[in-house]
Ligand binder design. Structure first.
Ligand code: ZN
Ligand code: CU
Length: 497
């Protein structure tokens, strides 16, 4: 007799993603969906005994930069092996279309990789479906990419024709099923946009479920004004808002997250759907040229979006032309060349070009905890898939929240932490039938040992898979078994519901 189920998982402690306490249960899968949760009669064609393990919905990484990585490294091991089953790409204003500006902004992360071509966001999502990676992909439309296409890197406001060219790019993405529109207002070319430009473009989404996500203009001394600008864009355009990597950057700004969270709470009380994402580390990672341009090494009070960055708090993550520099600090180059921080950084940037990615230690652990505890915060890795020494968040964000912050430090309960990675982002980004362990939902699932789950990736050794994860399923197919990637690539492009 043929089995009724393709796969049955037994004896698991099921965290269903809703934030409810876990229950011991069995889960039956048929095809790509969960067909039953409870007591499963009859045997599955395959069975997994998950005794001693937790079962949860696969994690949704709402803040990724994997637009091209899903083609360059389709097994996406750095995400799959931490339990991520869906990546939201296109953050910080850097989207996958139009193709030429997207390649200019993102291609540098993948020197030598073969990336297919596509037209528009519809073409990008179709390309994902044609040559799928191991995980699902949802896309944000990038403002920076659209602006680069419409007006190059012009350091001025847009004119009416340029605005309508950008509007057409956003409209194509919205129609194709992109989950929202992102800005990167500390970066070129997004930083030259006036608030009104962003409002006009976000308005293209009004009446749809697509949201506005922003790497804000300032995460340092001007954090509160930047939060106000972001909220204003959402309210005037009539769209939901996602604040990217909520933080206070620069020692002189530590503690400001209490005020930024109060502004978020006030906007929520007025009825705006505003939430945020966060990676659980006190260091950020970004493009070296942007650190310089934002005045992080300048004398006097810091006025740029990152605050001050001392030379010994900056690590080289990706240096495509000098891989031997990766893992070193800027302070070592100040000594080697006998130059002040800004001049040494400029020399590195001019030799390396746009591919230079760095790690900057700019945050306070107390602020990281304050943001993580707040109910508006979900989890996003902001991983940058480039170089030998990427920020460890690329590999370890989700296990770090579960192991360190939920289990060990009890900052959140395990069920609350899982909710922030599953049902909460699925609802916010309108990913239909994902984010819960429930009958009829897609079988995106993670099995892990809650006593052992741990991030072991460090700044020195970032490319290490977390401990304690045993199985990962995407659309009913096993992509990791007993802690090993199976090579399966059952991912899909997810279009907004
Ligand atoms: Zn960002
Ligand atoms: Cu980002």
């Amino acid at each position: 007799m043929a089995s009724e189920w393709d796969l049955v998982i037994r004896n698991a402690l099921v965290y269903d993603g809703s934030g409810s306490p876990p229950v011991r249960s069995e889960v039956a899968i048929k095809g790509d969906r969960i067909s039953q949760v409870g007591t499963i009669g009859g045997a599955g064609a395959r069975e997994i005994d998950a005794r001693g393990h937790a079962l949860a919905p696969g994690f949704i990484d709402v803040h990724s930069h994997d637009d091209f990585a899903v083609f360059a490294t389709p097994e996406m091991d750095f995400k799959v092996m931490q339990g991520v089953t869906t990546d939201v790409v296109g953050n910080c204003g850097m989207g996958a279309a139009p193709y030429r500006p997207a390649t200019a902004m993102i291609g540098g992360m993948h020197p030598g990789a073969h990336i297919p071509q596509w037209q528009g966001y519809g073409g990008y999502l179709d390309a994902v479906d044609r040559d799928p990676p191991s995980l699902n992909v949802a896309a944000l439309i990038g403002h920076g990419t659209a602006r680069l296409a419409a007006m190059g890197n012009a350091r001025r406001k847009c004119d009416a024709a340029e605005l309508s060219a950008m509007r057409a790019i956003v409209a194509e993405g919205v129609a194709a099923g992109a989950v929202g529109f992102s800005t990167g207002l500390i970066y070129e070319p997004g930083r030259y946009a006036a608030t009104e430009e962003v409002i006009e473009l976000a308005r293209v989404m009004a009446g749809s479920t697509a949201l506005y996500a922003s790497h804000m203009r300032d995460e340092a001394a001007g954090l509160l004004d930047a939060i106000r600008e972001t909220i204003r864009i959402g309210e005037e355009a009539g769209v939901a808002v996602e604040i990217s990597h909520h933080k206070a950057s620069g020692r002189e700004n530590w503690g400001r997250v209490r005020d930024s969270l109060a502004l978020v709470d006030a906007a929520r009380a007025r009825g705006l759907d505003v939430t945020a994402d966060q990676y659980p580390y006190t260091a950020g990672s970004t493009i070296l040229a942007a650190v310089i341009q934002n005045g992080a090494f300048d004398d006097g009070p810091a006025t740029g979006g990152l605050g001050k960055v001392p030379a010994d708090k900056l690590l080289f993550a990706a240096m495509p032309k000098h891989p031997e520099w990766e893992g070193l600090r800027l302070s070592a180059f100040c000594e080697r060349w006998n130059l002040p921080a800004r001049a040494a950084a400029e020399r590195v940037a001019s030799e390396e070009g746009a591919g230079a990615v760095v790690i900057v230690e700019t945050m306070d652990e107390a602020d990281v905890r304050t943001v993580l505890k707040h109910p508006s915060t979900m989890i996003g890795s902001d991983g940058v898939p480039a170089g030998a020494k990427p920020h460890p968040r690329l590999y370890a964000t989700f296990p770090r929240v579960l192991g360190r912050y939920a289990r060990d430090e009890k900052l959140l309960t395990m069920q609350e932490a899982i909710y922030r990675m599953t049902a909460m982002p699925a609802r916010k980004f309108h990913l239909a039938d994902r984010g819960l362990v429930r009958e009829g939902y897609f079988a995106d699932l993670v099995i892990f040992d809650p006593a052992r789950i741990a991030d072991i990736a460090t700044y020195e050794n970032p490319r290490r898979y977390p401990e304690g994860l045993s199985h990962v399923l995407v659309n009913g197919t096993i992509v990791a078994r007993e802690g090993r990637h199976t090579g399966a690539r059952p991912g899909r492009a997810l279009r907004r519901a």
